[in-house]
Design a protein around this ligand. Structure first.
Ligand code: C5P
Length: 219
């Protein structure tokens, strides 16, 4: 089966307070985008990659892929105003006969191939999609302003990460223009069956400067 990766890298990263989009902020010696791009390219499970770059940064993204020798990069598109829209634009470059789409956030650079293997294995078992997730250590409450409305049962909750894998046609059919925060939400809403697989604590999502320091120390 052919497996295509869509790398969502079009976020502005305002909370980092940098002079450039998050994907091009330095992580160690390279732009942040380099880490996930090189790891997807080296993955045993990925056949081709589409990058959704920050609008106006498609050229630097292509140059970076060339510099890194990422031969699996098939297209680089300008992303949209929301993550869901960036993924939809990236997915438009994935050929109709692709079997699976693996969507990953460039904001989670420390991608291990074992996680890609776990999410794809679920598709072979007949699931429409699979997401890596971790149990929560904090108790989560639903609130209304300052007031607690209810305490949610922690054992039933998971913190969900990327990469997320889907039967390519299922994901294509599910991204309907709504502003889903992750692709699995769209697939769930369309009636798809999504499996939870073991996540990876190293898949920290970089949101602010402290996250960047923490991940740089793990490189
Ligand atoms: O903004 P946030 O960190 O939640 O974004 C998660 C991922 O989605 C990041 O890798 C970011 O580059 C990507 N994204 C995107 N297009 C957007 C917003 C976010 O590709 N419009």
């Amino acid at each position: 089966m052919s497996v295509w990766a869509v790398l969502a890298a079009a976020g502005s990263g305002e909370r980092l307070g940098a002079d450039r989009p998050k994907a091009f902020v330095r992580l160690g010696e390279q732009p942040l985008l380099a880490e996930s791009l090189a790891r997807l390219d080296a993955s045993e499970w990925i056949d081709a990659i589409v990058v959704a770059a920050p609008p106006g940064w498609e050229e630097p993204a292509i140059l970076l892929a060339e510099e890194l020798g990422c031969g699996k990069v098939s297209a680089c598109v300008a992303g949209g105003p929301t993550r869901a829209e960036s993924v939809r634009l990236g997915l438009a470059e994935v050929p109709g006969d692709a079997a699976a789409a693996v969507v990953h956030d460039a904001a989670r650079p420390l991608l291990e191939d074992a996680v890609v293997e776990r999410v794809l294995a679920a598709l072979s078992e007949g699931w429409d999609g699979a997401v890596p997730a971790l149990p929560l250590s904090d108790t989560i409450k639903r609130v209304d302003g300052d007031a607690v409305v209810e305490t949610l049962p922690r054992d039933e909750l998971r913190a969900v990460q990327t990469p997320q894998a889907f039967v390519a046609d299922v994901l294509r059919g599910a991204l309907d223009g709504s502003d889903w925060t992750d692709c699995a939400s769209a697939v769930e809403a369309a009636g798809g069956r999504v499996k939870i697989v073991e996540g990876d604590a190293r898949l920290v999502k970089i949101t602010d400067a402290a996250d960047l320091e923490r991940v740089a120390a793990l490189l």
